[in-house]
Design a protein around this ligand. Structure first.
Ligand code: EPU
Length: 331
């Protein structure tokens, strides 16, 4: 049995049949199993049960940086810690990823969900993702367009059946600091250096989000729902302060955290789990949580939000049961 408690930031006491640390492509060539899942730090996953297969822990930590036509091409091993990479790059004068400071997890996990924060999505800065195909035992390159990045989604999330192990992420970054300040909490501020911006982002995150080292959580548990313009206006007629953002044509994105708060679910506790006091979108382990408690709380929140607003929330975390990744509708 392989202990997964250090490989899921919820801190759940779960196990896998076995686990293999992957440090290079050579290690991947030796993997011959049709039942495996890949983890970095497990910062965006929920295990609802012990996993009856092999967990591959991505610890490929290579790094190369090349200056080409005024752009920095950064080839980062997928097992590097994303925030450590960002800190290193900011100190070297290589810019673009600052807004993603302190996003938990590894470089290789970032493109799967196309992680985003404070006005930047990681897919905006990726030029290529290199994968190892565990079924065909070959390396394949995914140039940006093939990655199909969308809001918290990508080709890799949509094609789990392909058993692709991300080995390297190639970023195209800048030698000039040009801050991205669209996020409303940043727009009115001035940042002289990328380090100032990084420090401000760290401060904002620390204020709102629980540190997974101290309080088990997987970041935003739900995605911000995309609804029709009519639905958004129906809700706004009753709640003029409804935050809404333009999404794809004719649609609006709503803030799930706001909907959860207005449904009376912010800061609640059910058994050993709850929602975070300063960001309702985050489900937390208040100590000794069991997987079924998290599933039950998430379902409770989904029902409360639906009953109040007729809006369906969809989990953002990837969920695994004994047999592998499982769709939320089957839980
Ligand atoms: N809000 C509330 N109550 C809450 C939480 C939020 O009223 O409990 C309101 C806020 O006042 C604001 C709006 O909802 O008007 C949006 O809140 P916030 O700016 O905190 O961002 P978010 O949409 O809730 C998203 C990402 C976060 C990311 C932040 C900042 C998703 C699912 N989540 O949250 O990502 O850090 O923006 O950019 O898109 C993550 O994915 O794990 C994550 C933490």
């Amino acid at each position: 049995m392989f202990d997964l408690s250090k490989f899921n930031t919820f801190g759940l006491q779960v196990h896998a049949k076995d686990g293999i640390i992957i440090e290079s492509e050579a290690d991947l060539r030796k993997v011959h199993t049709d039942r495996s899942i890949t983890l970095g730090h497990g910062s965006d996953v929920l295990f609802t049960d012990d996993y009856n297969g092999t967990v591959l822990i991505n610890q490929i930590k290579s790094l190369s940086i090349e200056l080409k036509d005024g752009k920095y091409i950064v080839r980062a091993g997928a097992g590097l810690v994303l925030d450590e990479l960002i800190s290193y790059l900011v100190n070297k004068g290589i810019y673009g990823l600052e807004n993603l400071s302190l996003v938990p997890g590894t470089v290789g996990a970032a493109p799967i969900q196309n992680v985003g924060a404070y006005g930047v999505e990681v897919g905006d800065l990726i030029s290529e993702v290199v994968v190892y195909d565990l079924q065909r035992h070959i390396t394949e390159s995914f140039p940006k367009l093939k990655c199909d990045f969308g809001y918290r989604t990508s080709y890799f999330k949509q094609h789990k059946e392909r058993k692709l192990f991300i080995t390297k992420v190639v970023f195209e970054l800048s030698s000039e600091f040009s801050p991205k300040l669209q996020y409303k909490g940043l727009a009115e501020e001035e940042f002289k250096t990328a380090l100032d911006l990084r420090n401000r982002i760290i401060e904002l995150r620390n204020k709102k989000l629980p540190d997974p080292k101290l309080v088990g959580n997987a970041g935003s548990f739900f995605k911000n729902p995309v609804v029709s313009f009519e639905t958004a206006h129906r809700i706004r007629a009753q709640y003029p302060d409804l935050p809404m953002y333009p999404a794809i044509e004719g649609d609006c994105k709503l803030a799930a955290g706001w909907l959860i708060e207005k449904s009376g679910c912010k800061g609640i506790t059910h058994g050993c789990v709850g929602t975070w006091e300063s960001q309702a979108l985050v489900i937390v382990n208040r100590g000794g949580a069991k997987p079924h408690e998290i599933v039950a709380l998430a379902k409770y929140i989904m029902t409360e939000v639906y009953n109040r607003f007729e809006v369906k929330l969809e989990p953002e975390v990837r969920t695994f049961d004994a047999n592998g990744e499982v769709s939320w509708d089957n839980l």
